[in-house]
Ligand binder design. Structure first.
Ligand SMILES: Cc1cc2nc3c(=O)[nH]c(=O)nc-3n(C[C@H](O)[C@H](O)[C@H](O)COP(=O)(O)O)c2cc1C
Length: 190
């Protein structure tokens, strides 16, 4: 069986982002069971139909990364009970057809959603909005299990890094479920 590819999309561009650290913890859990890469997209321009065709290099690159992936794992912060503007901008680009022949790259892609926040919602409210959007785009969403981590400051070590004491088993459970979810679809597609 071919090694599956998981592409992590982190909805925060912050260098020390907790959601990026969560994605890195997920990468460790998955280990060599899959190729796991975090998508870099800080250079993707703001959506503007005036610059849609021909696609700019950053847009072409992120579309290619999504196209190559067997599954997408979103790690979303919560901004004002919503997901971030940078993530919405990226998804808007990924939601547009590549050409007359090719549909948009998110179509039918297996997806999972996780997130960590300082507040009590643990990004659950943002995740609900994100799931509404990616379902509208006909992504194949794994709705359970989802990981929502509240009160992030309680899970940091002395240096302020994410230690994931309590939440680790939940992340592990979701990683295993996503591997299974994606593998089944890859097998069905063969
Ligand atoms: C504009 C903005 C709005 C925020 N709104 C929320 C919120 O609604 N709920 C929450 O739990 N945290 C909120 N926060 C705090 C974030 O949880 C915190 O900054 C978190 O570290 C962001 O994720 P990151 O570490 O991956 O960048 C907000 C932060 C910003 C910058």
């Amino acid at each position: 069986m071919k090694k599956i590819k998981i592409l992590a999309i982190v909805g925060s561009l912050r260098k020390d982002s907790l959601n990026r650290q969560l994605a890195l913890a997920a990468k460790d859990i998955i280990g060599d069971r899959a190729d796991f890469e975090i998508l870099e997209y800080a250079d993707v321009p703001l959506m503007n139909e005036d610059i849609e065709f021909p696609a700019t290099e950053p847009v072409k690159r992120v579309r290619e990364k999504v196209k190559e992936a067997d599954g997408i794992w979103f790690f979303s912060p919560e901004y004002n009970h919503f997901f971030s503007g940078v993530l919405k901008n990226l998804i808007d680009w990924l939601s547009r057809p590549v050409s007359d022949e090719e549909p948009y790259v998110l179509y039918g892609k297996p997806a999972a959603v996780s997130g960590i926040s300082l507040g009590m919602s643990g990004t659950g409210i943002a995740q609900d909005h994100l799931v509404t959007l990616i379902s509208f785009l006909n992504m194949d969403v794994m709705n359970v299990p989802r990981v929502t981590i509240p009160n992030a400051t309680e899970q940091l070590d002395d240096r302020g890094k994410l230690a994931l004491t309590e939440s680790y088993p939940f992340l592990e459970e979701q990683a295993n479920a996503l591997m299974d979810f994606v593998q089944r679809r890859v097998k069905d597609g063969d």
